[in-house]
Design a binder for this molecule. Structure first.
Ligand SMILES: Cc1cc2nc3c(=O)[nH]c(=O)nc-3n(C[C@H](O)[C@H](O)[C@H](O)COP(=O)(O)O)c2cc1C
Length: 339
């Protein structure tokens, strides 16, 4: 079984974490991931303190394993953040701070509450800022991922972040969905992976069944980075666009963002209705390019154990075959090349 030092740090069995994806996470999903030995995380963005308390209690009814509470720092409700800290989750999972925000003050409060701190970064600069502010784990998120992402791809970003923040451990995010991804992340120097899109297509995910099916149906080539969902929602994100499914809603407004601003209230009302009714053409679906690797809708715990098993098989069976044994190397050296 693959274990990395981050498993000891976070007290988990497998180096596999759930991204706290706002309203796309639920206590059932978080508990299922944590029960399976991964790290579940609940997105607390826009929740009232009462909701944070109720939903955390629901997670605790589902598992006694560690889990995280996720906050978007640029737009955090202070009363909800305070409620979360009083609940003393194992991990406070932070992301998306404004450049002028003092990360250390947030991280110190979390540490005083006895929590470990993870912070998500889409650039080396942000990763270093979080490391200097005392984060215990940096989540390096590449642009392949679903939801709000930066512009650097995981392949170069992850080893760059690993080098820049060493010895602080790094979780790789953005485009990871199976055991091959976990092994690739470890090869790039990360100590595990954090997944969003893969966990959206699970039985415990709160998404409408049509949206889960749209992820399964995707070949991964149908995502687009745009500001359109944020413009419709009236959100100004600090330095990110959203990667979502390129559907009729996105295509209608692409290149006409000015018109969307003009009709924002109307468009937002339609969009909310479409999300609730499961209209995949008119409702926004944040998902990553790894949707093309997702072919089923199993229980979330099965995803954790499956990824761990696949990675284990790769590392112990498939990859060692590529290493030349000493004898084979000597044999190869003795082979005469005839021209
Ligand atoms: C629907 C959706 C909502 C998300 N919301 C949040 C959020 O509230 N906070 C956060 O830290 N990350 C959020 N993310 C990003 C994930 O934490 C993660 O970085 C990303 O999904 C990884 O890429 P992947 O989708 O390819 O696995 C969200 C992602 C998705 C798909």
């Amino acid at each position: 079984m693959i274990r990395t030092p981050i498993c000891d740090l976070l007290d988990i069995d497998h180096p596999i974490a759930l991204g706290g994806m706002g309203s796309a996470t639920s206590p059932e999903l978080v508990a299922a991931v944590s029960r399976a030995g991964g790290l579940g995380a609940l997105g607390c963005h826009y929740q009232t303190p009462e909701q944070v308390r109720e939903r955390t209690a629901a997670i605790r009814r589902g598992t006694n394993r560690p889990f995280g509470l996720n906050f978007l720092l640029f737009d955090t409700r202070e009363d909800s953040l305070q409620a979360a800290l009083e609940l003393k989750p194992s991990v406070m999972q932070f992301a998306w701070a404004r450049p002028e925000q003092d990360l250390k003050s947030y991280f110190d409060r979390a540490h005083r509450a006895g929590c470990k701190v993870t912070h998500m970064a889409g650039t080396v600069q942000e990763a270093v800022r979080a490391a200097e502010a005392g984060a215990d784990v940096i989540v390096a998120q590449g642009t392949e991922g679903g939801g709000h992402v930066g512009f650097m791809a995981s392949m170069p970003l992850i080893p760059m972040v690993v080098d820049a923040v060493s010895p602080i451990p790094v979780l790789a995010a953005g485009g990871f969905a199976d055991g091959r991804g976990l092994i690739a992340a470890l090869a790039l120097g990360a100590q595990g992976i954090l997944l969003g899109t893969r966990f959206l297509a699970t039985q415990e995910s709160p998404l409408h069944p049509n949206f889960k099916q749209a992820i399964v149906d995707s070949d991964g080539h149908d995502t687009q980075l745009s500001e359109i969902p944020d413009i419709a929602a009236g959100l100004v994100w600090p330095g990110a666009m959203t990667r979502s499914r390129r559907n009729r809603f996105i295509e209608r407004w692409a290149g006409r963002e000015w018109a969307l601003r003009q009709h924002r209230a109307q468009a937002n009302a339609k969009l909310r209705a479409a999300r609730e009714s499961g209209d995949v053409d008119e409702g926004p679906l944040s998902m990553g390019q790894d949707a093309g690797l997702i072919h089923d809708i199993p229980p979330a715990g099965e995803i954790v154990t499956r990824i761990a098993r696949e990675a284990d098989e790769l590392l112990t069976c498939a990859l060692p075959r590529f290493i030349m044994q000493d004898n084979a190397v000597k044999g190869a050296a003795n082979v005469k090349v005839h021209h």
